[in-house]
Design a protein around this ligand. Sequence first.
Ligand SMILES: Nc1nc2c(ncn2[C@@H]2O[C@H](COP(=O)(O)OP(=O)(O)OP(=O)(O)O)[C@@H](O)[C@H]2O)c(=O)[nH]1
Length: 880
Amino acid sequence: MASLAIAVVVSQFRTSYIERELSVQSQTEHYVKAMEAHVLYSIQSVDLSLIGFANAIKMLPAKQSHSPETMSDVLSSRGSSFNSDYWISFIDPKGNAVATSTGTNIFGTSYADRDYFKVHLDNSHKGKLYIGEPAIGKVSKKRLFYLSRRVETAKGEFLGVVVAPLSVDRYVKVFENSRFNSDISITLVHGGGKIIARVPNFELAFARDLGPTALFDNVRRASSGTYKTVSVIDGLTRIFSYRVIEGLPLIIVVGSNDTESARLLQQNYLIAGAGLTILLLLMLGAGHFSLRTYTRQEERELRYRTLYTASREMERQLLANEESLKLTGLLFENSGEGMMVTDHDGKILTVNPAFSVLSGYTEKELIGHRAYELASGRNDEEFFDRMFECVTNTGYWKGELWQRNRDGEEVLVSMLVNTVYDEVGNPYRYVALLSDITKKKASEELIWRQANFDALTGLPNRRMFHEHLRQEMKKTDRSQLPMALVFVDLDYFKEINDTLGHDKGDILLKEVATRLSSSVRSTDTVARLGGDEFTVILSELHNAGDVVRTAQEILKKMSTPFQLGENLAHISSSIGITLYPEDGKDAETLIKNADQAMYAAKQQGRNRFNYFAPFMQEATRVRMNLVNELREAVQRDQLRIMYQPIIDLANGAIVKAEALVRWQHPTRGLLNPAEFIAVAESSGMITGIGDWVFRQAAREVQKLQALSSPAFQVGVNKSAWQFHDDGSNYQEWLDFLQELKLSPHSIIIEVTENLLLETANNNSDRVLAFQHAHMQLSLDDFGSGHCSVAFLKRFAIDYIKIDPAFIHQGNDGMLICEAIIAMAHKLGIKVIAEGIETPQQLTALTAAGCDFGQGYLFSKPISGEELEKQLQKQCSPVYK
Ligand SMILES: Nc1nc2c(ncn2[C@@H]2O[C@H](COP(=O)(O)OP(=O)(O)OP(=O)(O)O)[C@@H](O)[C@H]2O)c(=O)[nH]1
């Protein structure tokens, strides 16, 4: 019976027209299965990522917004680009893109019109994977189709959609490589009808609707099958096999031309025949049916076709599985990411080569061991408890943990764990993906340090200080123990840089940091805000006196000389203190308070500390207003220069004048320098104002010399600040004088005795520079300070102006004046007496040999025009 059946079949096989078609069919079915395996595998692996991200988003704390930043962080672990096979994006419940794993800004692009979004919005797909129709990407402009999942809260509230756009190109490439002759067509069709990928003629075919073609007539009848038709894409007649991929709206269609199949048939004839024979024998043996029952030729053919198909199906199944396994294997073996598979108990079943590289252990050494044995011990039990809880509840965990590699080194890994469940829903396998992020973390830490700590001193920087301040305030709120915020600013630190160099300045700042830290408890915070500004947070104060003690200690430590290499530097510091919660309720107020208190300490003469007091706020407000008004005053031309004549006491002629700046204030009238110069100095405006005064005075002296004599001089005051500041632009001034064809002698630079004393070491070069430029120097307010004769010699002072206080002191004062005049003349210095108000004073000074005089007796400060008029009248002396 069996031999009869074989004889019948073989004879049919050789001759029937069906043979050719069967051969084609078997070939196309083979393709269909292989392609299905490929598509299925690729979709499953992308879907695994989608599930992971959907879970990660779902697990974000309720309060945490699904902001683009948060989403970018969550998605960044994929770190893909638009050139990858796929990437992942998150779309909000309104259909607007939030972020994508490529890091590209797609925020706000609307995807509300995409089919997959609508499906998840309606929840008509019940949270399952949905594959959207192919389309051109809105941002990437690539040909794509879309894997997507709905994201919702535990209560079913719609949070948005995670979507993985898959590049169709990858399928086209695989299909192309799988064709062994050019007649074969391979097409991946979306269940909605549109072509996703096709070879050949991909460009032509992409997104073409096959809904109205023979394919869908067949699909509606059966989920797989074979038919013969003319292709709507390239017009060739083919035998097509198709298969709807189970559970997915995707159809694989493979078409083959029958001429080619005849050739193939020759090759496969014996194999196919043998396979069929075996199958027939088996089936016959099992008694399933008897060929004898088929009497009619058509029935036999039909039966034969079924049997043949079944036999090939078995063979293909094996091939397809093999294909799928091969692909999985390739991925596993070649992935750059470490992979580890464990059983439900955490026992390692397999690892890939990348994992061996990461851990230093071979697969053989690891199999059978528990995954946790690789942990380094840096993560505590609580960490692992949380991790297991998460995996148990969600099937997923993503995070960082420390492992120890074979060499005993600790390696920080980023790990993603997914669970594979068995058919009854129990964990069956855990699959972990790991990558070594030790170096990445170290560089992140470095970046973090750079962002939060001062590179020079290693102290917390301004940013970190703000952080600490807020924490300490919270601590105070809890403990009810007050906290003090202390601002420490070095006095005249700029001088150190200017005289000893920036490097020495740096050494000093580092030493300051050390001294500050050693002045406080380890629980207090010392930070550097920048430049020479430091802050100290004295937290949880049990005793108010501790603040004073610490401030005094800091003052002492700062004024102890600093050994900077071979140089010894002397500085001091000014300290401002404010208390929390007494003086302010928020960080900004406290910082402002401490700054104001410190400013007040500077104003009071430096090297001291000052507690914040509310009046300082008012003083600061007034000062700020004044600064703003002064700024406007400069722009609106409200500054004036008055000239006070200086008389040659020998003949009563006006031979010089002192330029004095005034501010014509719009509401307060004419203001004296005392009312605004301090503000001009502290706001840095002094440089501009000083420069303006100099130029005005130079222009005026040009006129005055023309009216009297080329020897006429105007004195301009130069503030100490103009020497501290690098704005000692004497070269520009000299050039200006040259422009006006004036000799440098036309201008006398007036500096105070204190300026010379205070900055004798550091500013001497700048003071001397004026002299080298042949401008004369006059020492203002002589006698009020402690200028030594050596100073006068060293700076080769041309004039000294006696402090008016001596002139107004009667006989005692006059004795001092006489002594000053005698000494000055011995040194070759001329003397100008300031503040002469009475004829008696004048007589006494003249008798003492004083050279020049200025004061109300002769004239108040007057305008330039007025002075010009007076000079015109010079022929009639003011007195005698
Ligand atoms: N060496 C060094 N100097 C710095 C650094 N940062 C800022 N400075 C300088 O520190 C000085 C601080 O200026 P101020 O506080 O205005 O000057 P000061 O001379 O201390 O004046 P007062 O505070 O009024 O006593 C400036 O000259 C800056 O150039 C640094 O990192 N290293």
